[in-house]
Design a protein around this ligand. Sequence first.
Ligand code: MIC
Ligand code: SF4
Length: 644
Amino acid sequence: MGINIVEKILAGHLVSGNLTPGEEIGIRIDQTLTQDATGTMAYLQFEAMNVEKVITELSVSYIDHNTIQIGFENADDHCYLQSVALKFGVVLSRAGNGICHQVHLERFGKPGKTLIGSDSHTPTCGALGMIAIGAGGLDVAQAMAGEPFYLACPSVVRINLHGQLPPWVSAKDVILKVLEIFTTKGNVGTIFEYGGDGIASLSVPERATITNMGAECGVTTSVFPSDELTRLFLSSQRREQDYTELKADDDAAYARIIDIDLSQLEPLTAKPHSPDNIGTVHSMKGIPVSQVCLGSCTNSSYKDLVTVAKILKGRTVHPDVSFILAPGSRQVLDNLARDGYLADLIASGARLMENACGFCIGNSQSPRSGAVSLRTSNRNFLGRSGTMDADVYLVSPETAAVAVITGRFTDPRDLDMDYPQVQMPKNPVIDDSMIIWPDHADSSIEICRGPNIGDPPSNTPLPDILSGQVTIKVGDKITTDHIIPAGARMKYRSNIPRYSEFVFENVDTSFANRALALKEKGIHNIIVAGLSYGQGSSREHAAICPMYLGVRAVIAKSLERIHAANLINFGILPLSFLKDSDYDAIDQGDELEIPGLKATITEGRQLIVQNKTKGSSFPVTYNLSPRQKQMILAGGALNVRSSQ
Ligand code: MIC
Ligand code: SF4
């Protein structure tokens, strides 16, 4: 039997395990990426590993997230990242050069290679036919040190795209359709592999919109074949030498195959407050819109922004709308400027922002109270925009542009104009002068360490009896944005005691104080959660900060992949309920005890949780490989490393 694209790449990189879905495998990592919000901690951890230089083919550090500099903290982090990159031989993409995923796609991604990145949207580069996976910073640090990346061997779902998109329907609508089908829950351990005749009409940046938001489904990654369109894209980037063809064998097997007819799609939107809350734009018609934000790593390619420029040419932003524009990369901005489209956008009333994440993480451009905000980004979790009572809808650039003019949710097909055709520039401006390429690692470089930059914290070994309290009980789909907010709080990322003050800030403001008080009394904190706990970002701070507050276990109906791996890396036990009724029977404040942890986990037996408050007990499961058991028992990955 033939093999699929995922198997081809994984087989070529396998260093341990077998390609049997569910089994832990170790793979060699060719490339890594970090961004500043997760990067400082990742490089602090790398420093703690006492390795002289990065051992990958390519490691790139991007400064794109915390680029708003109110106070010294973010600027200090940038300085740290620049010095550490020079010291260890990491390529640095400076602030202003663009969003990591867009820049990596343009300048570095290569078909057939493996990439891990400390950002959940790393799968964007799957558009080039690579296995690109989001991971916690510590996993990325270990890969930079030449260690394999471990994951549960995924099962592969084939998504066949057929036909061609109708006018005014674009790649964003395709991935919103995929989200409607698969939702944000229940896809852990899966990879989406795209195929079908329809992909021949989707350029690499359009494919990237689709792979980018696979992250919202919680899949390990998404991948497209590398074909003639990939070659054209790489050649326009003057990197044709990086091209290799990559396709699935005709008789390749898949865990599941689904078909989507592109010609039947219509403009879609993800309604508040989840990327899988899908509705048609048509059914939203008429809702007044007060903000439109165009950009983010999902939809800020040259094609996206030129499409919008053509729609807006000669028209002006509606008086009730604030129109924010953040190009994905300096390359996109350069080319918009060269080709005259920037002038059209500015003439329409666009508020031009930096080439960075910006509004997408809510560090700026929070909408007004009660606003309806249309955004081309990938996440609309409650409060992420910085305004708790705003309604954020995720839409395509086309739907966004039309709302800029009408001030209302409008089906773009109703606009009285022909759908603009956009040609990719054959000879784009390519200027890498905001990228610093170290010739070699230089141990004499002195690291720039501002006062906000602390040591990476580590945990203590797992106690034999976990004796604690349910400090918080939460429901389904708790995202890492709920656990540790981003936005304006992100500047504390390098200072764990300070950042920890904001754990569950948007869910329960007294959590951090309660947890710390219990920790000081020697009582373990336990989090109880529903389905899909930890969805969203790769933020390892959603594990590190709870660890700092004394959280020792999370018991959930189910946990998302990256978050579960982060919990293990920092010595927090991820446990799952066997029955929903056991979740129902627990209350916040209950005292729980789990005895005999060391022997039970070592021998792989079921753990029994005693609820001392209720006088009852219930079993829980865990899914830990021998390597992960060692980490949990030692209190985290750094402890394992230092004991070797
Ligand atoms: C996000 O989109 O939430 C982020 C900010 O890019 C995160 C990374 C982070 O928390 O720094 C992600 O998606 O992993
Ligand atoms: Fe940046 Fe937003 Fe993309 Fe995260 S989702 S990498 S914050 S643009």
